[in-house]
Design a protein around this ligand. Structure first.
Ligand code: ZN
Ligand code: ZN
Ligand code: ZN
Ligand code: ZN
Length: 417
């Protein structure tokens, strides 16, 4: 373990997705792993790897989800870790329909083994169109020689403790925390991506894309534009405290997914015989509602292998049915697949685009999140069985501020492809 065991460092660590107490265990386990032979049929062994579960909660205040507090969050807009050098151009678009991607969730997952990953956040975006996701299914099997057109993308951002954006002291979380510099201006419509284009008339509204400029114009800005023009010419430039307000307040579109905080609990704390006992206080929904969602997924499965796989998936998930995220950055960790079909094999997982090193599985998102997002259960609605994310095992550095990592989506029914 590290030697700089100052109290304030501990405060930082308490924000991370894996609690401090787990770290010693995880490291020891990795050491052991080197001497053990790699065994594919290690289901029982897998049980022993500690998994952190993520649950969604309505934030007590939108303030808690601001970037200076390094949140784990789902829905709404991203709390960009590096607020300046955001992914832009093609990276921010669905490669299939070319619409800007929608923010799904972000996980604050610093790694204390390296100075450059003192802060580290992973961001998941996806196109909300199910037909794009169905095409994405074919793209994800492509080897790296062909460039896959993805409708789901994951970015990794990381930085040193001492950086230009945040205090090197842990946040107080009492409303006094402020980022040291304001971020790039964001799109007035989606609030997600960089607002690189400016409305030629009011010179105030900004857009990530022409598509969002047109939407904003048709759905409100047309009438606001000249009014803004008058008021902005009589007042000074936007003041620096702007970033202290909830970013969501400045977003014009109403199609973002609802915003939640993701809170973490160890899966082992749900091992009790009574599955609901552990998280009834923090859950938003009764277990019955979630079971309904899960049962409707079950109806779609066909093969007996998938039913068997689904049964063991459901048994494991049943310990804490409201979980939306399973996190485990352990070299031996593997995703918990709902189905046996549509899983990648080792050769389907590429190497890191930036350092060519191996990727390792880090977390997966569960379909319960769609329920919390209020996504309908219609045939053409967005739906998936799980989204699994692999990241550079070395969490490499380099000049690209947001590095694209590898994501695999397993759909709940292969028959719809
Ligand atoms: Zn799309
Ligand atoms: Zn936009
Ligand atoms: Zn305008
Ligand atoms: Zn790498």
């Amino acid at each position: 373990m590290d030697t700089e065991g100052a109290d304030d460092l501990h405060d930082f660590k308490s924000l991370r997705i894996m609690p401090l107490e787990e770290e010693d265990d995880a490291e020891e386990r990795n050491d052991e792993a080197d001497t053990e032979e790699v065994d594919e049929e290690d289901e029982e062994e897998e049980e022993a790897i500690s998994v952190t579960l993520g649950f969604v909660e309505k934030p007590k205040s939108p303030r808690f989800l601001l970037r200076e507090l390094f949140p784990c969050k789902a829905g709404g807009v991203p709390a960009w870790l590096d607020p300046v050098d955001l992914p832009s151009g093609q990276a921010s678009l669905c490669d299939i329909c070319k619409e800007p991607l929608q923010f799904l969730l972000q996980v604050y997952a610093p790694l204390f083994e390296k100075a450059s990953t003192f802060h580290r956040t992973l961001f998941v975006f996806m196109c909300s169109s199910m037909s794009c996701l169905l095409q994405d299914q074919h793209e994800q099997w492509k080897r790296k020689s062909e460039k896959p057109n993805r409708s789901v993308k994951v970015f990794r951002s990381q930085m040193h403790r001492s950086n230009t954006f945040y205090s090197s002291e842990p946040p107080m979380c009492d409303g006094s925390d402020k980022p040291t510099i304001s971020g790039a201006a964001l799109c007035s419509w989606c609030g997600t991506w960089k607002g690189e284009k400016v409305c030629g008339n009011c010179r105030s509204a900004r857009y990530c894309s022409e598509k969002h400029q047109v939407l904003h114009w048709l759905l409100g800005h047309k009438s606001d534009c000249s009014r803004i023009k008058v008021s902005s010419s009589s007042s000074s430039a936007p003041n620096k405290t702007q970033s202290n307000f909830s970013a969501s307040c400045r977003v014009a579109c109403n199609t973002l997914w609802p915003e939640f905080e993701i809170v973490n609990e160890e899966e082992s704390s749900h091992d009790a015989d009574e599955p609901e006992a552990g998280n009834s206080a923090t859950s938003l929904l009764s277990k019955g509602h979630v079971d309904e969602t899960m049962n409707s997924l079950m109806d779609k499965f066909e093969g007996s292998d998938d039913r068997k796989s689904w049964a063991s998936f459901q048994e494991r998930i049943g310990k804490a049915p409201q979980q939306v995220l399973r996190y485990c950055r352990d070299l031996k960790a593997k995703p918990l697949w709902p189905m046996s079909s549509g899983r990648p094999s080792k050769v389907d997982i590429p190497t890191c685009k930036y350092c060519s090193g191996p990727l390792s599985f880090e977390f997966q998102v569960l379909p319960q999140l769609l329920y919390y997002f209020g996504v309908r259960n219609d045939p053409d609605s967005l739906d998936w069985a799980t989204i699994a994310v692999w990241t550079c095992a070395a969490s490499c550095e380099g000049s690209v501020r947001y590095k694209e990592e590898f994501v695999w989506v397993q759909l709940s029914s292969l028959s719809t492809i």
